[in-house]
Design a binder for this molecule. Structure first.
Ligand SMILES: Cc1cc2nc3c(=O)[nH]c(=O)nc-3n(C[C@H](O)[C@H](O)[C@H](O)COP(=O)(O)OP(=O)(O)OC[C@H]3O[C@@H](n4cnc5c(N)ncnc54)[C@H](O)[C@@H]3O)c2cc1C
Length: 328
């Protein structure tokens, strides 16, 4: 079992990342978990290349760059990250709570739940070879473009992630092919235009039939034209299935939290019905407000939750943290 921290944050979306910064400001020792291998929540998974216009101080900022800035801000206080690690269970304990993941058990004095719309499960295809080669050439999420340097890559999908990953791999991968089962894309118009002007080989009305390998890694993909049935076998090192994600509240629903539909009920101080457990962001239904799924709301709620948690951890502490401009 690991050491006890002051605050464990479940979810490294914008709300969780800002909460990690804020808890650092309040001198808490913080651990932050996310099921995904990258921080950023919906911004990273659903719209990394899109601009957002309603974050204070930024007339416009690309989602990916906002995540980078939030992470940099949080990292000033060196929270302990546990990415690729889903929190499965919340158990009351002598320290406060113990969080269980598939890897370890983590004691904590207080908890902030910032799980947004839940854990993202990638959509997959039921085709031969896919399950067998998951993580050995079949990917749902590109952790780092650099890992695919010199690979021959097949991207499957017609949404923003498919197009963005195909474009991002140009110049890095040896060869990029994108197949999409329809004519029209569900991606940003500008990105689609860039795709057709790029060296990516785009094949419309094509679907994946089979992934083949040498027992160790992917070596080939069989694709077919869905109007004529004509098949083609491509030599590939990596197949990226960019077919979207399903969100699901997942294990959080089993933790004894009072829920309102799919949301966690909180009061004005972002307290849940469990002592020392707070919640913020898209995950919550706040008393008198309900649910308002906007980042700016999540940021405010994160600050309220962390300040409230500070008074829970130390009853002598004040709710008002002082001004951050007096810190450094
Ligand atoms: C296409 C699109 C465009 C948008 N544009 C805007 C915009 O312009 N402006 C705006 O303000 N908002 C916008 N939003 C909404 C905004 O993205 C959300 O309000 C914001 O992401 C909520 O942040 P969050 O941190 O609360 O949750 P999320 O971003 O959902 O992050 C939650 C994180 O928790 C993790 N998680 C869940 N369960 C567990 C578990 N058990 N263990 C560990 N980790 C877990 C998830 O993997 C996820 O990374 C947009 C949303 C979409 C889909």
């Amino acid at each position: 079992m690991k050491e006890t921290v002051d605050l464990s944050i479940i979810g490294a979306g914008p709300t969780g990342l800002f909460a990690a910064f804020y808890a650092g400001l309040r001198h808490m020792r913080v651990r932050i978990f996310d099921t995904l291998p990258e921080p950023g929540g919906q911004l990273t998974v659903l719209y990394p290349e899109k601009y957002v216009y309603d974050v204070p101080g930024f007339p416009r900022i690309r989602a990916r760059d906002l995540v980078k800035a939030l992470k940099e801000q949080a990292d000033a206080y060196q929270p302990e990250y546990h990415l690729d690690e889903q929190v499965l269970r919340l158990e009351p304990s002598e320290e406060g709570y113990r969080l269980h993941t598939a890897k370890d058990v983590y004691p904590t004095r207080a908890v902030l739940i910032a799980v947004g719309i839940g854990s993202f499960t990638p959509n997959t295809l039921d085709r031969p070879g896919i399950k067998e080669y998951e993580g050995r050439g079949v990917l749902y999420f590109v952790r780092s473009m650099d890992e695919l340097r010199d690979h021959r890559v097949l991207v499957v999908g017609g949404g923003d992630s498919a197009v963005d990953w195909a474009l991002g791999l140009v110049g890095m991968a040896r060869e990029v092919t994108l197949i999409h089962r329809r004519q029209g894309f569900r991606a940003h118009e500008g990105s689609v235009k860039a795709l057709f002007e790029s060296p990516v080989r785009v094949k419309l009305h094509y679907e994946l039939k089979e992934v083949r390998g040498n027992g160790d890694r992917v070596t080939q993909a069989v694709i077919f034209q869905n109007q004529t049935g004509e098949e083609e076998t491509l030599d590939v090192d990596t197949v990226i299935l960019a077919l979207g994600f399903k969100a699901n509240l997942g294990p959080v629903a089993e933790w004894g939290l009072e829920l309102e539909g799919r949301h966690i009920k909180v009061n004005a101080r972002m307290e849940t019905n469990l002592p020392g457990v707070y919640a913020a962001g898209d995950a919550v239904a706040q008393e008198g407000l309900g649910n308002l799924k906007l980042m700016v709301v999540g940021f405010g709620q994160a600050a309220i939750a962390v300040n409230a948690a500070a008074t829970y951890l130390n009853p002598q502490a004040r709710l008002f943290p002082g001004h951050s401009s007096n810190q450094g």
